[in-house]
Write a protein that binds this ligand. Sequence first.
Ligand SMILES: [Zn+2]
Length: 364
Amino acid sequence: MSERGNLHIKGRVLAGPDDVRDELWVVDGKITYRRPPRAAGDLTRVDGWVLPGLVDAHCHVGLGAHGPVDEATTEKQALTDRDAGALLLRDAGSAADTRWVDDREDLPRIIRAGRHIARTKRYIRNYAHEIEPGDLAAYVRQEARRGDGWVKLVGDWIDRGEGDLAPCWPRWALEEAIATAHEEGARVTAHCFAESSLRDLVEAGIDCVEHATGLTEDTIPLFAERGVAIVPTLINIATFPDLAAGGEARYPRWSAHMRDLHARRYETVRAAYDAGIPVFAGTDAGGSLAHGQVADEVAELVAAGIPARDALSAATWGARAWLGRSGLEEGEPADLVVYGEDPREDVRVLGAPRVVVLRGRVVG
Ligand SMILES: [Zn+2]
């Protein structure tokens, strides 16, 4: 079924949280709710619950545990995401040039954030441009021009002198850098685990924070008021206890801090959600985490206390709108996933797509 054929999908088409239809057709790669004329050729019938192609809003393509990877590995990562139903990936920083993926009809669509920008020796080796604050705005401009509307900063990381997580950038550098990104038409996001970098980033005008485990009752209202989104990456946060154990001997303060952030992760996400902060699903695949786990991340959002419908939206309707991409609207490219059961009843259904359709082709 890998040829582009016209499809008739019957069942429940979940076009929006409050927009459920009985059927849709895929004709010449596009979605339509109007029955095609006979001339449209044979229709392949598919039954089930239909969602827009899932969004993994934090997914590194072309990156491995030690830095950029070759094209064959990159392709495998992208195919794994695709087969899990993740058809739109927001790449939260990659040292590899993955622009060639855009020419591949069979691979998911990627929204890039260029390469991570970190403070010197304050991030995973071989991942980031490692620079000092005086150069931040210039690098932000460069990566904004390389990316697809996003720039990725490393907002905090362990300061080995202090033995704990600490902010990477002074406030003035952030203000200059974020204003530069906005001038270039790009939004800015930042990796942040701890509490201490958040206020400066938000007051400097940041658009999103990754992980955001350090949100507290002090900063949650600030995020809510300014509409700053978070991508909690809970399946990554689940690795904190192991990281903490590994660093215990040399950095006991850092270890304790990581354990605390982990212990309160669900409460943090739930409090953010309750305050009205936009929350999106992202797995953080690509460094040490495997690709293809977007269903697990949605299940984690539910475990944190987000109602199933909003957790689904965090990986579908809401995420697509936030990223400026279409869903299941008339005339749009057919990127969709069909399930054998209702994902609104149990989001774990997302783990077993029945049919994956990308650009109108059945690919999985
Ligand atoms: Zn990441």
